[in-house]
Design a protein around this ligand. Structure first.
Ligand SMILES: Nc1ncnc2c1ncn2[C@@H]1O[C@H](COP(=O)(O)OP(=O)(O)OP(=O)(O)O)[C@@H](O)[C@H]1O
Ligand SMILES: [Mg+2]
Length: 273
């Protein structure tokens, strides 16, 4: 990967109006799917969107979009490849010769990769850059909150109590960093029986509203487990997914993107960590 020499050049071409982080406490709750769906829906509204896959050791964004193109270098910086619908993507997996190759890095390398994904990439003009975070409150989420101008967060959880308890910790981190939580997305909230068509709550009753009251952010949506969505996502066709229950999240994001940007952000405007 290029070094940070390109920083001043990328700062001339990068005009990113909003930086949205998608976070969770626990792993496997659907952050990457929610990040991808948010990008897909905003792109359907003709907004200019990018995804920075901040999950360096477990990157899943390229797989959701069926993307393998290697990012190319240019005079101004690394060029993020675009998906079929024009979503710009940067992910560690796009730089590896073999996407199954493990990235065995400790904290300092992970944090410098995140910073480079921001400073050395020629993102260009974007309405929103979505950051797909790894779970928890460790190095990478912390670095993202400290060194990227995040101005909105979606918290993803599932109905399991454990997921709710841990997402509260992640929300606590966001609050400490003074980053606004736009809302909670409760994923895998229910499933429809393929035989009788009746819905049931696989992981038990929802705790989303209690959680919302505790962290002071609204429940934006409760998404069902949908085998069609799983199939499309896992085969690289997330851009074909139709998920009516996601609509309130899209509406909230459209409103957030329409608000005046808190900062006209370029890599140069990132405060020193
Ligand atoms: N609502 C849903 N319906 C069906 N499948 C889903 C749903 N949400 C997520 N999945 C599937 O569950 C798996 C885990 O989702 P995903 O990778 O988005 O979670 P994650 O929170 O990003 O995980 P990690 O913490 O490992 O990054 C994926 O295979 C995804 O396609
Ligand atoms: Mg993920």
């Amino acid at each position: 990967m290029e070094t940070a020499d390109n920083e001043s050049l990328t700062s001339q071409v990068n005009h990113v109006r909003h930086v949205l982080a998608v976070a969770s406490g626990k792993g496997g709750v659907g952050k990457s799917l929610v990040s991808a769906m948010a990008a897909v829906e905003l792109a359907r509204r003709e907004l200019r969107v990018g995804i920075l896959d901040a999950d360096i050791t477990g990157p899943s964004i390229p797989r959701l979009f069926g993307m393998t193109a290697r990012p190319e270098s240019s005079m101004v910086g690394i060029l993020p490849p675009e998906t079929t619908t024009g979503i710009k993507i940067i992910s560690m997996n796009l730089f590896l010769d073999d996407s199954g190759q493990p990235v065995i890095w400790r904290g300092p390398l992970l944090t410098s990769a995140i910073k480079q994904f921001w400073t050395d990439v020629a993102w260009g003009d974007l309405d929103v850059l979505i950051i797909d975070l790894p779970p928890g409150t460790a190095d990478v989420p912390l670095t993202a909150f400290q060194s990227l101008p995040v101005d909105g967060i979606l918290m993803v959880t599932t109905p399991q109590e454990l997921a709710g308890m841990i997402v509260e910790k992640a929300a606590g981190l966001a609050k400490q960093m003074r980053k606004p939580i736009l809302g909670i997305v409760e994923n895998m909230a229910m499933v429809t029986c393929p035989h009788c068509g009746e819905g049931f709550e696989l992981f038990g009753p929802s705790h989303a509203q209690e959680l919302a009251d505790r962290i002071g952010a609204p429940v934006l949506a409760r998404l069902p487990i949908d085998p069609d969505v799983a199939r499309q996502a896992d085969t690289g066709h997330v851009e074909d997914v139709q998920m009516p229950s996601f609509a309130p999240v899209t509406e909230a994001l459209v409103k957030y993107v329409a608000t005046t940007a808190t900062a006209f952000t370029t890599p140069n405007s990132v405060p020193a960590p």
